[in-house]
Design a binder for this molecule. Structure first.
Ligand code: FPP
Length: 245
């Protein structure tokens, strides 16, 4: 969307985090501070997502997971939930039409069976259309909750155990990864939360065990490409020990 060339000299592009996860917080406060309806904050937040994901692909990130709708977000007013779902419809259609123009591979994580059927179909279509793309993988968390994901994983593993497809010896951390929505891709190296709050809010609970965390006061709609560069630069200065040394 934005064509402005951004200077990435500050970054070691050969040592990028492979997977960045983002809690995109602050859409409503952004709108409120401008006396606008909350829905416009979510709209601006969606535009920011488009810009930041495209930029992530441009600099060579392999995976980006974004928290778009949590299992708890259903508690918001029907009007707001409806507006977020309509935005989702709009963006899914937009990305479906833009197929081929971008190299981003897209999929959804979370229990999408609870979303409206037409949204599920659009997600499937977009996943199919982009399945052979070789650029960054954008994983959109929809009706996602870390605890819910772990419980769904346990139920699936238990079903396989009962069916004799696995044995009790197969119940270990490594195998459990294959029962999670994030099966087949690496844990996030870096989790960024915008909007000033410093909590995990049920996002990627299992996968963020050794992630670096970064919090910024910026509200998600205000986030710019330079902010992603700042976060990656800070990340590259951190010493990751994974519990060792
Ligand atoms: C958090 O800000 C944001 C959300 C709950 C929704 C995130 C949704 C989008 C970025 C757009 C929809 C996504 C797609 C893929 C089209 P908040 O609403 O909690 O804001 P607040 O912290 O100011 O209350």
């Amino acid at each position: 969307m934005s064509n402005s060339k951004i200077n990435t000299d500050r970054l070691d592009l050969k040592n990028l985090p492979e997977h960045i996860a983002i809690i995109m917080d602050g859409n409503r406060r952004w709108a409120k501070s401008r006396f606008m309806p909350k829905e416009l904050g979510h709209k601006k937040g969606s535009d920011t997502l488009d810009i930041i994901s495209e930029f992530g692909d441009e600099i060579g990130l392999k995976h980006m997971t974004v928290y778009a709708f949590s299992t708890e977000n259903w508690k918001r007013t029907q009007h707001e939930v409806g507006a977020i779902m309509n935005l989702l419809r709009y963006y899914l259609d937009f990305y479906i039409k833009r197929k081929g123009k971008q190299n981003i591979k897209m999929n959804a994580i979370g229990d999408i069976t609870l979303l409206d059927k037409d949204i599920q179909e659009k997600i499937k279509e977009l996943t199919d259309i982009t399945k052979d793309k070789t650029g960054m993988q954008l994983h959109i968390a929809l009706n996602y909750g870390g605890r819910d994901e772990i419980m769904r994983g346990i139920r699936k593993m238990n079903a396989d155990l009962k069916a004799g497809l696995i044995s009790e010896d197969d119940i270990n951390e490594e195998n459990f990864n294959n029962y999670l929505d994030t099966k087949g891709y690496p844990d996030p190296d870096l989790v960024i939360r915008t909007g000033g709050e410093e909590r995990i809010s049920n996002f990627l609970l299992w996968q963020s065990a050794y992630s670096e965390f970064m919090f910024t006061d910026k509200l998600w709609p205000d986030v710019k490409k330079e902010d992603l560069i700042d976060c990656i630069e800070k990340y590259q200065k951190r010493d990751r020990r994974f519990g060792g040394k």
